[in-house]
Design a protein around this ligand. Structure first.
Ligand code: IMP
Length: 182
């Protein structure tokens, strides 16, 4: 499996089973915390696609799901904080309990922009969950309700995360060999 991209991988940081166990835990926590309400899970495309797909199936209370897509300008492996909405939510979130699910939070610039926009739409509550957290690189403080794994300052791909739009299909989180970037 993945033989054609195997040679690009330097090492696997988080394996598939480990990811799925964590997603299961998150799903259970969300089901407990939001019991009695019908939260809106907002996935940030494209990276959080696999996470939201797996997470939804671990949530045992009524939920609705929606996606936004943003693009940040600047170099491929670093966030610039300049964000543009490519796809907005399809429904109003006014009075709803909103949980934004991210694949990864790095500097926090992208997410803080998204949160500012969503907060302006009067949700009943607005919380954030992320599978991966590069906490050491944070430039803006963001309160996380659900947090999967802490990551070192290393560029990673897989389970939705890309480099130049590739590698999103890998079921694990890995680092690429330096030659891939050159
Ligand atoms: P932030 O604005 O610096 O928090 O960056 C957030 C976005 O940058 C994420 O949603 C990813 O699209 C991208 N990103 C940050 N670190 C990585 C990484 O290690 N691999 C792939 N994408 C990343």
């Amino acid at each position: 499996m993945f033989t054609s991209i195997q040679q690009d991988i330097e090492d696997v940081l988080i394996g598939e089973n480990e990811i799925l166990a964590k997603v299961n835990e998150m799903g259970q926590a969300i089901s407990k915390d939001y019991k009695g309400s019908c939260p809106v899970i907002v996935g940030v495309l494209k990276g959080s696609g696999p996470l939201v797909a797996d997470l939804l199936r671990r949530i045992t209370i009524p939920v609705t799901v929606d996606f936004i897509s943003v693009s940040s300008y600047g170099p491929a492996t670093r966030s610039s904080g300049l964000v543009r909405f490519l796809k907005d939510l399809d429904f109003s979130i006014e009075g709803r309990h909103v949980l934004v699910m991210e694949d990864i939070i790095d500097t926090g610039l992208t997410l803080s922009y998204i949160l500012r926009v969503l907060r302006g739409r009067y949700p009943a509550s607005l919380e954030v969950g992320t599978l991966l957290d590069k906490q050491a690189r944070r430039l803006i403080d963001i309160k996380l309700r659900y947090r999967g794994f802490d990551l070192p300052d290393r560029f990673v791909v897989g389970y939705g995360l890309d480099y130049a739009q590739r590698y999103r299909n890998l079921p694990f989180i890995c680092a690429l060999r330096p030659e891939v970037y050159s």
